[in-house]
Design a protein around this ligand. Structure first.
Ligand SMILES: *[C@@H]1O[C@H](CO)[C@@H](O)[C@H](O)[C@H]1NC(C)=O
Ligand SMILES: *[C@@H]1O[C@H](CO)[C@@H](O)[C@H](O)[C@H]1NC(C)=O
Ligand SMILES: *[C@@H]1O[C@H](CO)[C@@H](O)[C@H](O)[C@H]1NC(C)=O
Ligand SMILES: *[C@@H]1O[C@H](CO)[C@@H](O)[C@H](O)[C@H]1NC(C)=O
Length: 259
């Protein structure tokens, strides 16, 4: 819209007057609340560290790190230059921490994590897709390289729920990956809230497993992974910190996976 200069001045000043009136009216109608100075006996306290974020595995290096490569659209470049922290994320997280007085909870995982494999000898790429990403989308098979692990070094005062891949059923690889992540966390096991084994296993039938895959098969696989993770990662000190049954809501609500 092109307005005559003077006409637009009038509009602007009218807008300013209207704004003032609204503010004045708001102030007059202000709602006053008078909370009790102390909480009732049956009140539940809010966990200080209630702020949490879920980050898809593929995006973790982009959130934690900062470099030209992290902003390209080519998946195969993602994570080069992870040595520099993403100052925006760092600043945001430390603001939350200072306001709540507790670490921010971050869960790293998702379908992309479940279809991943860790290869510490892949030193020049954080993630490399090994199947066609345009066809397979989040189910694209991905190799996580050493630079991805560096992401942990940039954030202090964070409590992680770390997912390990289950869809590809490589137990020794899941252990190797979890160990490398815990080693890279600034305070190691103190920064770990839980390990999550697999993501949305109720979506596995027909995609990652055969048709007859059900809760009993999942429970067996989960149990085997949990036992071997605790048995092989000394930093866990035998502590069984796990998150289980992260099911997809897109599966038949009356089916066998209903809890
Ligand atoms: C990996 O993803 C990128 C970006 O989507 C694409 O250009 C490349 O062809 C993919 N590689 C494979 C092996 O599918
Ligand atoms: C499982 O991972 C290990 C490395 O951790 C690798 O040597 C092995 O080839 C993988 N197995 C399969 C079936 O991909
Ligand atoms: C499906 O996979 C399970 C292992 O998860 C196996 O025991 C079973 O025989 C398979 N069923 C068919 C029909 O292939
Ligand atoms: C260590 O992991 C392997 C799989 O890589 C598993 O077979 C073994 O039972 C685990 N050891 C312990 C003590 O849990």
């Amino acid at each position: 819209m092109h307005l005559h200069p003077c006409l637009s001045c009038i509009f602007l000043s009218l807008a300013a007057v209207t704004q003032q009136n609204v503010l004045a009216a708001d102030a007059a109608a202000a709602i006053r609340i008078s909370p009790q100075p102390s909480a009732p006996d049956d009140a539940k306290s809010v966990e200080q560290g209630f702020v949490g974020f879920g980050i898809e595995m593929k995006s973790f290096p982009q959130y934690a790190g900062s470099s030209f490569y992290l902003t390209t659209s080519n998946d195969n470049d993602a994570g080069k230059g992870i040595e520099h922290a993403n100052e925006f994320s760092k600043n945001l997280l430390s603001t939350f921490t200072s306001k709540t007085g507790a670490p921010v909870h971050i869960r790293i995982g998702g379908t992309s994590m479940d279809n991943s494999k860790f290869d510490p000898t892949q030193t020049n790429q954080a993630t490399k897709n090994t199947t066609d990403s345009s066809k397979n989308r989040l189910h694209t098979k991905i190799t996580i390289g050493a630079p991805w692990i560096e992401s942990f070094k940039h954030w202090d005062n964070v409590l992680y729920t770390l997912q390990v891949p289950l869809a590809r059923k490589n137990l020794s690889n899941a252990i190797e990956f979890a160990r490398a992540c815990i080693d890279a966390m600034p305070n190691h096991v103190q920064d770990l809230e839980a390990i999550e084994i697999g993501n949305e296993p109720n979506l596995y039938p027909r995609i990652d497993r055969n048709d007859s895959y059900g809760p009993v098969n999942y429970a067996r696989e989960w149990d085997r992974f949990a036992g071997a993770i605790v048995g092989n990662i000394s930093r866990l000190n035998g502590k069984e910190w796990f998150q289980a049954m992260t099911f997809s809501s897109e599966v038949d609500p009356n089916g066998p996976w209903t809890v």
